[in-house]
Structures are given as C-alpha cells and as structure tokens.
Design a protein. Structure first.
Length: 252
C-alpha cells in the first residue's frame, strides 16, 4: 500500500545530471529534443544516442499472465518495461494508467454474486475492492474495521483469493461464504473463526477459482490486496483512518 501513499514515478527523484559530451552513432544526427532533454524539470544530457529501426507505431501487448511489453506491428522489435509520457508538466506513467483502466474494467465485469459487498452507509465517497482470504490475519484485521470504513462512506467489495490456491481449505470456506443465504454475515462469521455449514455449489467454487485467477493476472502475491477507486493497487493492511483518506483522494 505504500505506492498508494507516495505514487511518484521513480524518475521524479532524478537529480540534475552533469552535462556530458553528447554523441551519436557514426553518421547519425542527434535530434535536438534529445540534445536538450528535460525530465521532470531536470536537464539531462545523454552520453550517447543512436536510432533503433522500428516501423510504424508501437503496440502495447498484455498477456494473460499479466506480462506487458511493447512491440512493432511485425512483432520483431519488442521493448519490456514502463512507458512514460515526458510531458512539460512532468512524467506520466502510461503503462500504469492503462493497467488501472484495465483493472477497473475487469472488476466491473465481475458478477455481483461472485463477490461479497459491504455498501457504504450514507453517501458513498468511493469503493475499494479487496482480494481477501478468510484465513489471513491481516485480512481479519482489516475486516474488524469494516464498520468504520462503511460509516465513512467507503464501500468494500471482497473478491475471494485463497492464498494457498483454489483447492485449499480457505478456498472451500470462501465458496461457503459466497453460497450462504447472507454472504456478508457468513464473511463476518468466517473472520471470527466460526465453522460454516453451508454447502458450496459448483457456481460458488467457480467464483472462487475466477477470483484467484483474476488476482494472479493483477499480480496479487498476498492478502489483503486493495484496489482503489482509480484502479491503483497495493498489498497489505492499512489502518481504516488512513485508508479512508487515501480513498477520498483516489477518484477515477
């Protein structure tokens, strides 16, 4: 969750660099914009500049595994890394912007019955989506503050993410929660350590599998992992008071 609180691009910390002799590959002319390069208000001078032959536009390619790279139309020249827009007012992480949009679109497409939602009390200031595991101590700690979050206008939606995999005891318990007559009450009981008696159907088991696979595509490694209203994602427990402030400042 640290990234949510200080999401400055790495290059925002770039200190002014000493001016070096700018050279290009033999027979090439260095573009004027690269001779007087400014990044986040800092003048930088490259040690060398050379052209790379790429035909046409670059394409952003996202794999089902979550990997991202950039390629020419022929799939010959590929770049792995983060794409920035070096605008006059500072760097913008274009890759992360697209990732946030994709996360929100995929979360919006989740069926309501495959998640457990705790609506905001009164006017909603934003919704967070939490990849959770009922056997996770820090997930339990976050859930203990659910009333504080919803009272402040933060809606909370849980996506099942059994850390030990979709065949684990936690996966079965999460499926029981989804299949309960009242999933919110069942979630409360599960986090309190109570045994659930609900028999999960194939639909609920599939929903847990889908949540686990979605989390893997998002790069979720542990729980709780929280997706903010603007699509930013961060892992770990955050105290309710702090999280409420972050949500208020993270509108799409």
């Amino acid at each position: 969750m640290k990234a949510m609180l200080a999401s400055l691009p790495l290059l925002a910390l770039l200190a002014p660099m000493p001016l070096l002799a700018s050279t290009g590959a033999a027979g090439t002319q260095i573009p004027s914009a690269l001779r007087a390069l400014v990044i986040n208000g800092n003048s930088v001078t490259p040690d060398s500049v050379r052209p790379v032959e790429i035909q046409g536009p670059l394409y952003e390619v996202r794999l089902r595994s979550g990997e991202i790279f950039y390629s020419d139309a022929q799939g010959r020249r590929m770049i792995v890394g983060t794409l920035y827009d070096n605008a006059p007012d500072g760097l913008t992480d274009v890759t992360e912007q697209h990732s946030r949009q994709d996360r929100l679109a995929q979360l919006k497409a989740l069926p309501a019955e495959s998640t457990v939602s705790f609506p905001a009390q009164g006017e909603e200031v934003g919704q967070i989506t939490v990849f959770t595991d009922t056997t996770c101590p820090y997930c339990e700690k976050l859930h203990q503050e659910i009333d504080q979050l919803t009272a402040a206008g933060v809606a909370v939606r849980y996506v099942p993410f059994p850390r030990a995999g979709s065949q684990s005891p936690a996966a079965r318990q999460l499926a029981q929660v989804l299949c309960a007559e009242s999933p919110t009450e069942a979630m409360d009981r599960a986090f309190q350590g109570e045994a659930l008696t609900d028999q999960p159907t194939q639909r609920c088991q599939t929903a847990v599998d889908d949540g686990f696979q979605l989390g893997q595509r998002f790069g979720v490694k542990g729980t709780p992992t929280i997706v903010l209203p603007d699509g930013e994602i961060g892992e770990g427990y955050v105290p309710a008071e702090q999280l409420i402030q972050v949500v208020r400042g993270a509108q799409p």
